[in-house]
Design a binder for this molecule. Sequence first.
Ligand code: SD4
Length: 321
Amino acid sequence: SALLPLVINTWSFNTATQRAWSTLQSGGSVLDAVEKGCAQCEVDQCDGSVGYGGSPDEHGETSLDAMIMNGNTMEVGAVADLRRIKSAISVARAVMEHTRHTLLVGESASMFSQNMGFLSEDLTTNNSLSIHAKWLANNCQPNFRKSVFPDPETSCGPYKPTERRQSKKLKNLKQRINYRSHDTIGMIVIDKNGNVAAGTSTNGANHKIHGRVGDSPIVGAGAYADSTAGGAAATGDGDIMMRFLPSYQAVEYMRMGLDPTISCQKAVTRIQVYYPKFFGALVCVNRTGSYGAACSKTPGFNQFHFMVQSPALNEASEHMV
Ligand code: SD4
C-alpha cells in the first residue's frame, strides 16, 4: 500500500513519533519502532504522564504500566505496577522475548528487570513530590475510592472501606478529576510489508490506590495488534476502559471491514452506553494503512490530539478529533 509504512500515536507526543519513524527508516522492525518511540516518551516524561516523576499514587510513589505486542506472532510482553525502573516499555519487551509469560507485576517485575540488567532508580521527582503534597494538603480528594469522604482519616489511605455514603458535593468533585493530567502514550507501527506492532507506556492515574493497574498493560484494552486486521491503542480512564477491551474491539471491527474511524467510534460508543461520562480515546490503523481515531467528547475531554507519520507526509503531523 502507498500509505505504508505508518506510525500513529496518542496525543501530541511528536518526539515519540519521530523516534519511531527514524527507527523504521534506519532498518528497525516495527517492534523496535514501538519500543524506541514509547521509550522516548519515558525519557521526555511526556506530559508528566509517561515515565518517572508523574502520577504519584496515594503513598506518593510513581509506578509504571507498559505493554508491547507483535501482531504477526500475537506475542505480548507487559509490566504493571512496575517500581523503580524507568524504562517500562523495554522491560515489557524483555518479558516478551526472554520469558514464556505475558505480564509481570509489582516488586516481582522490578526484580525481573534488575536480573535483566535494568537500572534500579527512584522514580520520584520534586514535581511528583509536590503533586502528592498538594493532594495531601487538600484532604486527599478527589481520589479513586468509591467510599472517599472529605476527611483525611478515611480518604488519605491506606484503604479502609466505609459504610457512609458519599455526599452530593463530593460526587461533583470526583467528576471534576482532570483526566487530561494522565495521558498515556499508545502507539501502532505498520511497515511496508504489513507487519503490525503496538505498545503503550504510562504512569497511570494521579493519587491512585497503591497497586492500581490501568488498561495500558492489558492486552486488548490499552492496545492490540494483529497483522491480519490492524492495530489500536487507547488512552483515558483505564479503570473503565479495561472493562470493555476497546482496542481489541476496534481491531475486530476493522477485521469485519469497517472504516478505522467508525471502528474507533463504535468501540468508544459501546463504553458510553454504560458510562456516558467516561473519558477516553482510541487510535487505530488497518492492515492497509488507513487510520482513524475517536474520543469520548465528554466535558474536559472533548478534543483528542494524535500524531501520524507516513510517506504521504513530510514530517510527523498532528491530527485532532
Ligand atoms: C490509565 N489509561 O492508567 C491510563 C491513563 C491514560 O490518558 O491514558 N490517561 O488509566
